[in-house]
Design a protein around this ligand. Structure first.
Ligand code: AMP
Ligand code: ZN
Ligand code: FE
Ligand code: FE
Length: 282
């Protein structure tokens, strides 16, 4: 297993992860990570607490992050934003609107599951979601009910994009997500490009809109996939980023923090581009 000192894609209980911000920091320190980004879906709630906690560790630096979901016909495109000025009031208003949209959409999926003979307790779904509600919370509620064994089954059959109980989200285009992130001084980075059919077609416009990077290290990417996405990123002048997308789902074989990510040089490049000083005693 190749160990990485940088992991720029991590989730907490503030969205659909299962570790609290403090537990995630502890985990990052224990696996020897030096630079991380917490990138919860539509929420920056973890950041103040996590940044404060990380300040006790001179070997760990946190990049404030976010993950926004956008849609194009037939595909879902996730956009990461690094070094966002997350205290910006307008930005927080927009995020809270996205989170409200998530509640309506989750309820729609729960209603559809009920119609399919798989009723869930809506209050339980909300309880499982301490922060921004997401499909993994519905999947977890389905496991609890015994309808499925693993959350993945929920996506395969019911709540994946072509699933029987899938509900559309409020549409935000990838370009709009890029603008939202750059509007608060952030660096937009395209997440997990393998899920987007014909992703390269999107890159010229996104680069023009202000995209600065793309994940080339991710989950279980093979060496050849990393190489493929690295050269694709290079063709559009995008910084090759990445991370584990760790949620602490506890599923067998889940990719762990610190096992997948770019080099420290790439992290330094991001700091430089954001105008922040990179200081780490490691
Ligand atoms: P949501 O934000 O509600 O659209 O849910 C997105 C999250 O669901 C992602 O971050 C993944 O953790 C998970 N997810 C989405 N699609 C799948 C899938 N096909 N299989 C497993 N997990 C998925
Ligand atoms: Zn997630
Ligand atoms: Fe994602
Ligand atoms: Fe993610």
């Amino acid at each position: 297993m190749v160990l990485s000192k940088v992991d720029l894609h991590l989730h907490t209980t503030c969205s659909d992860g299962n570790l609290s911000p403090l537990d995630l920091i502890d985990k990052a320190v224990s696996v020897g990570l030096n630079v991380i980004s917490i990138t919860d879906h539509d929420s920056t709630e973890a950041l103040d607490e996590a940044i404060l906690a990380s300040s006790k560790f001179s070997s760990l630096s946190i990049i404030p992050g976010i993950e926004l979901s956008t849609d194009i016909p037939e595909n879902e495109v996730h956009m990461l934003g690094y070094f966002i000025d997350y205290q910006d009031e307008n930005f927080q208003v927009v995020l809270s609107e996205f989170r409200e949209g998530r509640v309506g959409r989750a309820k729609e999926m729960v209603d559809k599951l009920g119609e399919l003979g798989l009723p869930l307790d809506w209050e339980r779904v909300l309880e499982l979601a301490e922060g921004a509600v997401g499909r993994p919370h519905i999947a977890q509620a389905m496991v609890e009910k015994g309808y499925i064994t693993y959350p993945q089954e929920a996506f395969n059959k019911y709540i994946g994009r072509n699933g029987l109980a899938y509900a559309e989200r409020v549409k935000l285009t990838p370009e709009e997500a890029v603008e939202l992130i750059t509007g608060v001084g952030g660096l937009p980075v395209l997440a997990h490009p393998h899920v987007i059919d014909g992703v390269e077609k999107l890159l010229p416009n996104l680069a023009k809109a202000g995209l600065v990077g793309m994940e080339v290290h991710y989950g279980e990417y093979s060496r050849s996939e990393v190489a493929e996405f690295e050269s694709m990123a290079g063709r559009y002048g995008l910084i090759p980023c990445g991370g584990s997308d760790y949620h602490a789902f506890g599923t067998p074989g889940e990719v762990q923090p610190g096992t997948v990510g770019p080099s420290i040089e790439i992290a330094k490049k991001l700091y430089e581009l954001s105008g922040r000083e990179f200081s780490l005693s490691c």
